[in-house]
Write a protein that binds this ligand. Structure first.
Ligand code: PEP
Ligand code: MN
Length: 346
């Protein structure tokens, strides 16, 4: 439920309400707005029939309202206005299109630095690159691990681009958090609930991919795990789902973008690289996702895709990326958005 405080309530009245929520074994998550303070009350789904009535008569409280959806803190019912996630000055969800670009995996200093410079010059707002790679086969390249994270930090230092990288295990959350600006949860871990909670506690923005078999509700409940641990900086990412279709790597669910934005206040971006698996489809699908309301894109780009150690077939060349950015700017304008600027170089 939500507790709506009266305008002009006192700090003591607010503290009393929070204390009463805690006493019931639940957690209060306040949103302090300009005009209103609202407290989202979440916790175990036990019945607290008396709690809403008790709180409603407390001093400083205007009303209590149940949240009907199973996901609470990430719902539009709880927070009507869009959440903007600020990553070192890059604002995702502020009526802009943010482009996160870079290689699937960090492979070498030369590869990453060349890509980071090219992405910065061509207008990306953040750099991606996996240091811990979830690979279907244990015999595939699985990433440079901490050496890869160090290279990402070096690329950020030189270009000013914030870095986005995947965290795959609870054991490496602190390590990844030391280097990353945004912690990516991949599709395969999208419902790894202990990992979600551990990542939330690192207090860094989280990019949460949709699981390949996650329904919209599964996806939002995964986000809820992060919000419930007190981390509100979550970016949702549609990256295609598993269907009967085998002509493409995944089936990009364009419905998911406007629908997620209707169901949740969190920013929503799209990953047409994994969504299609095919370089020539990435551009058209990227444009479609932005036209449908995506707040940004995450794109795989490689200096030499044919020699990439992972996901070369879906990686753009620098030239492909430049031409896509020019077309994207037009679509962004058509839907009343502007391209998010790149971060200021360090
Ligand atoms: C990736 O971004 O490189 C990745 C592995 O993505 P996903 O988890 O969506 O497959
Ligand atoms: Mn990849």
């Amino acid at each position: 439920m939500m507790v709506i405080m009266k305008p002009g309530h006192t700090q003591t009245e607010f503290d009393e309400v929070m204390r009463r929520i805690g006493e019931a074994g639940l957690e209060g998550h306040p949103i302090i707005g300009v005009e209103r303070t609202v407290i989202g009350v979440v916790g175990l789904d036990r019945l607290h029939p008396e709690l809403a009535d008790d709180i409603e008569v407390m001093s400083g409280v205007e009303s209590t309202v149940p949240i009907s959806s199973p996901y609470k803190l990430c719902s539009r019912e709880f927070k009507g206005d869009d959440t903007i996630v600020d990553i070192n000055g890059v604002k995702v969800g502020e009526g802009t299109v943010s482009v996160i670009a870079g290689p699937c995996a960090v492979e070498s200093e030369e590869q990453l630095m060349a890509t980071a410079r090219a992405m910065r010059e061509r207008g990306a707002s953040m750099l991606r690159g996996g240091a811990f790679k979830p690979r279907t086969s244990p015999y595939s390249f699985r990433g440079l691990e901490e050496d890869g994270l160090k290279l990402l930090a070096q690329a950020r230092q030189e270009t000013g681009l914030p870095v986005v990288t995947e965290v795959m295990s609870e054991a490496t959350v602190q390590l990844v958090a030391k280097y990353a600006d945004v912690m990516q949860i991949g599709a395969r871990n999208a419902q790894n609930f202990f990992l979600l909670e551990e990542v939330a506690k690192a207090r860094k923005p989280v990019l949460l991919k949709r699981g390949m078999s996650s329904s919209m509700q599964d996806w939002l409940l995964a986000a809820e795990y992060i919000l419930a641990k007190g981390n509100r900086d979550v970016i949702l990412c549609e990256r295609g789902i598993r269907t009967f279709e085998t002509a493409t790597r995944n089936t990009m669910d364009i419905n998911a973008v406007p629908l997620a934005k209707e169901m949740s206040h969190l920013p929503v971006i799209a990953d047409p690289s994994h969504g299609t698996g095919k370089r020539r489809l990435v551009g058209p699908v990227a444009l479609g996702m932005v036209a449908a309301g995506a707040d940004g894109l995450i794109l795989e780009v490689h200096p030499n895709p044919d020699h990439a150690l992972s996901d070369g077939a879906q990686s753009l060349t620098f030239e492909d990326f430049s031409s896509l950015m020019a077309r994207l700017a037009k679509v962004a304008q058509a839907v009343g958005k502007r391209m998010e600027r790149a971060a200021v170089a360090a």
